[in-house]
Write a protein of this length. Structure first.
Length: 262
């Protein structure tokens, strides 16, 4: 027999005044606290653009650096390069990667950065200080005196987020921002949100009387309270379509884990 929901009265609202305020403050904090994003090695995101001047030709630089890319052969990289009439490389771009992935064993490889060589200028873009340090060591070993380090342009995630907010304020789609175009960031954001929702069922929630959602759903009243939280989460996902989709999947996963699908 289906349990009939109680009638909502002014007296009920008054009785639950404190709990409703706690629920509002909890949801407000949860949906306005930016996640701490990491790359697939667990390093805090920090965007680095390393710039070098090379005294060798782009051809020689590619020959010495092509081993940093394990997903393409040197011949495949060269085929995609821009060449002059004589076949000399003018500009070439390729990924710095490695086989396997630390945080997700199912993925075949990890993209560590992006390398571009144009004339005498070489740039490498990576998303953490740790990877920037490793790349500089690789350059010292592979090119030595043929490469002269010029500058490391650094931008942290806070600055990138602020740039995204400006784009949103200017009615530009946030999905088109530089931050969310990075495949690794999108992947890590998706993994972070999925893990957040799976962990949520075991967190003590003030709006549930200090119980975890997993504990609360053992009673009819608790199940209703959890459903209210989940529906509020679905209504307040924010303007970012990619994050919205990941959150919707997360909420669906919570319902599945808690047996609320029906």
């Amino acid at each position: 027999m289906r349990r009939k929901s109680p009638t909502l009265t002014d007296e009920t609202l008054y009785e639950w005044d404190v709990e409703l305020r706690e629920l509002y403050l909890f949801l407000d904090h949860a949906f306005h606290s930016p996640p701490q994003i990491q790359n697939t090695d667990g390093d805090p995101l920090e965007f680095h653009r390393l710039i070098y001047e090379i005294s060798s030709s782009a051809e020689e630089a590619l020959e010495k650096l092509s081993g940093l890319c394990v997903t393409m052969t040197p011949e495949e990289i060269r085929q995609e390069a821009k060449q002059d009439a004589s076949g000399r490389i003018l500009k070439v771009e390729f990924s710095w990667d490695r086989l396997g992935q630390t945080m997700n064993q199912e993925l075949p490889n990890t993209v560590l950065g992006h390398i571009a060589i144009k004339g005498r200028r070489l740039t490498a873009e990576v998303n953490s200080k740790q990877r920037a340090d490793v790349f500089r060591r690789e350059m010292d070993q592979r090119l030595g005196d043929l490469a002269h380090f010029k500058v490391d342009e650094i931008q942290d995630t806070t600055s990138a987020m602020k740039r995204m907010e400006k784009k949103i304020a200017g009615n530009e789609r946030p999905d088109d921002s530089e931050l969310m175009r990075d495949p690794e960031i999108r992947e890590q954001m998706s993994e972070f949100l999925a893990q957040h929702w799976e962990n949520w069922i075991n967190e003590k929630i003030p709006a549930l009387g200090g119980k975890t959602p997993k504990q609360a759903v053992k009673s009819a009243d608790g199940r209703e309270a959890v459903e209210v939280l989940l529906k509020e989460a679905e209504r307040g996902l924010g303007p970012d379509a990619f994050t919205n989709e990941a959150n919707v999947k997360g909420v669906s996963r919570v319902r599945e884990l808690l047996g609320l699908k029906d």
